[in-house]
Unconditional design. Structure first.
Length: 615
């Protein structure tokens, strides 16, 4: 028998003394205590830095492991910047950068046919404060060349501070009007039909007097008139030096960065819901109907029927405060919203900027994508080190009727790590290669500053995303899709539309204190397409679900006006890619507040304007 204290045959070793054992145990205990103390101290320092989010470097340790993975089967798609050739040459922001949050946040873009000549015009919000002045830019499309006519049209607004814009026929007279959000009173430019606009915001009651960014229209009470929801950001106050720049806080921990760049330094502002009355004026009822979101620093909002009950709901993207999903109860006796953020899993606490909405397909168990299920999915762009989100909707009937759950699936779809070192703004769910699968475009540009000793450092430029959908996951093709989109920019707004009317989507991307990009899609893949424009009353088409069925049984589903981007509006048309399909397709439109209309046998490679069966 042997043991720890036994002697082997022939051994001369003695068993260890008990006193030596006690000494060794004491030394070991002391070492362990010191090591534990050191670990606790290190953990305390780490937690202190972790909690101090305003001062930490959010990009430290960030990786983008999928950044340069290009699949062999990826299509060759190229975008070329034709802004200068087409006459879009206005610059965003007057004078030098003043290190103020409103100036660094804006601005967006709006594509729409304002003059009714069947091509897309371009409105670019701008701000006119500062030592050098400035104004909004409105480019009329004259058959492939753009002419800047903001002053002649009455929308230049040189004393305004514009952030975003939406095109809408709010008075149902057949002409698209223009709503412009501002840091200050908003503008509602009514289209007079003669090439000029007049501001009626104050007279009709939709001006407000806070900092607004996003806006979305829809008939929330289904009375046949369009209502308006406005996303308000923060109550911004700034102290300026004699030179007109933000005064720098002297706290050494801030390293010379002014508080005027930190949204946490300012209180949130409740949002506004304007209900249109029979006389064409609006009344503000957000608090009354439970839709004000008073704790949210709101940047974007979309109106869409999320649960398919026929009533328009709201999803609001908030910065440094949780996002909010407001479910429209659908009571004909009185408009009312319930907060479904927690129950649906959409109370995202990250810094959210832009929103895109479409049916990407049901989630597959292996992480891929199944065919569309008729539920709107939500893509949300985020701040640096927070990765973007892709909430795919599922219906949990076991939990009750209309019970929705959203699951963020950016990781299995390969959209997570690559976005952690970027700041995402404008977004679009769009089929840029026309293969029948929705891709994703994101305009990126940091809010952090470059290292600079001049006192007026520049914002860090970043490359935007062009995510191609292979049917199971996404791949960023921006680096191989043309020089302009492959370069770094301080991008903000993003608007998508077929500017040259060749059937594929082009991109307009705004650059903070820079020149806009007009990115013409020059893909040569010979894929087919179909464009849907909706007629009828504006209140019936805003939020309508459009379902396309191809001859091979493939379905595609979009929602009119729901893909809102950031401070921007895509062209009011739905462009469907059809791949190699040449047969006609069937389209069904589920109108808001009315019966659906079926439109069989629509020819491909054609633009179709669809009207409801009941006018």
């Amino acid at each position: 028998m042997t043991g720890p204290l036994s002697k082997e045959r022939g051994s001369t070793k003695r068993p260890p003394r008990r006193g030596n054992q006690r000494i060794r145990r004491l030394v070991a205990a002391i070492v362990a205590t010191l090591a534990g103390t050191a670990l606790l101290a290190a953990a305390g320092v780490w937690l202190d830095r972790l909690n101090d989010t305003d001062l930490a470097d959010p990009s430290a340790g960030v990786t983008a492991r999928f950044d340069h993975v290009q699949p062999a089967e990826a299509p060759k798609v190229e975008f070329h910047d034709v802004a200068a050739d087409w006459g879009v040459d206005g610059v965003h922001g007057p004078g030098p950068r003043r290190r103020l949050l409103p100036e660094d946040t804006g601005s967006g873009a709006c594509l729409a046919d304002f003059d009714g000549d069947e091509d897309l015009d371009l409105f670019l919000p701008n701000f006119g404060v500062g030592p050098e002045g400035g104004a909004n830019l409105y480019y009329r499309n004259d058959g492939g060349h753009f002419t800047e006519v903001a002053a002649a049209a009455g929308v230049d607004d040189p004393q305004g501070f514009a952030m975003g814009a939406t095109a809408v026929d709010f008075d149902a007279d057949g002409d698209l009007d223009l709503y412009v959000t501002q840091d200050g009173p908003n503008r509602l430019f009514r289209n007079r039909g003669d090439g000029r606009f007049e501001d009626v915001a104050q007279r009709l009651g939709v001006a407000g007097d806070v900092w607004s960014v996003g806006a979305a229209w829809g008939d929330f009470d289904r009375d046949g008139r369009l209502d308006l929801y406005v996303a308000n950001y923060v109550r911004f106050e700034a102290q300026l030096s004699d030179e007109g720049a933000a005064e720098t806080v002297t706290d050494p921990d801030w390293q010379g960065v002014p508080f005027t760049l930190n949204p946490n330094a300012f209180d949130p502002v409740p949002n506004h819901l304007y209900r249109q009355l029979a006389d064409g004026t609006f009344e503000e009822i957000a608090v009354l109907v439970g839709a004000s979101d008073p704790a949210g620093r709101s940047l974007s909002v979309t109106t869409v029927d999320l649960d398919g009950d026929g009533w328009l709901d709201l999803y609001i993207a908030n910065d440094v405060s949780p996002n909010v999903l407001l479910h429209n109860v659908g009571d004909p006796e009185g408009l009312l919203f319930e907060d479904w953020s927690a129950r649906t899993g959409t109370a995202d606490p990250r810094g959210s900027m832009g929103i895109s909405v479409a049916d990407l397909g049901a989630p597959a168990e292996d992480g891929g994508l199944l065919p569309p299920d008729g539920l709107p999915d939500l893509f949300v762009s985020h701040w640096v080190a927070q990765e973007n989100a892709l909430y795919q909707a599922t219906r949990n009937d076991s939990a009750g009727p209309s019970w929705l759950e959203y699951r963020d699936r950016v990781r299995p779809l390969r959209l997570a790590e690559i976005s952690t070192d970027r700041v995402g703004w404008g977004t679009a769910l769009v089929d840029f290669d026309l293969d029948g699968r929705l891709d994703i475009v994101v305009a990126n540009g940091s809010t952090l500053e470059e290292a600079d000793d001049s006192g007026r450092p520049r914002l860090i430029a970043q490359r935007s995303f062009l995510f191609w959908n292979d049917g199971a996951r996404f791949h960023d093709l921006a680096s191989v899709a043309g020089t302009a989109i492959g370069q770094n920019h301080v991008a903000r707004g993003l608007a998508v539309g077929d500017l040259d009317r060749d059937g594929d989507p082009d991109l307009v991307m705004t650059v903070n204190r820079g020149y806009p990009l007009v990115l013409r899609n020059d893909q040569q893949l010979a894929h087919h397409w179909l464009v849907v424009e909706l007629g009828g009353l504006p209140a019936r088409r805003h939020g309508a679900m459009v379902e396309l069925l191809a001859a091979d049984g493939t379905r595609q589903i979009r929602w009119w006006g729901a893909d809102v981007s950031f401070a921007s509006q895509h062209a009011p048309e739905l462009l469907f890619g059809l791949g190699d399909a040449v047969d006609s397709v069937d389209v069904t439109v589920h109108w808001i507040g009315g019966p659906s209309s079926h439109h069989p046998g629509l020819a491909v490679d054609v633009r179709h304007r669809l009207e409801p069966d009941e006018l």
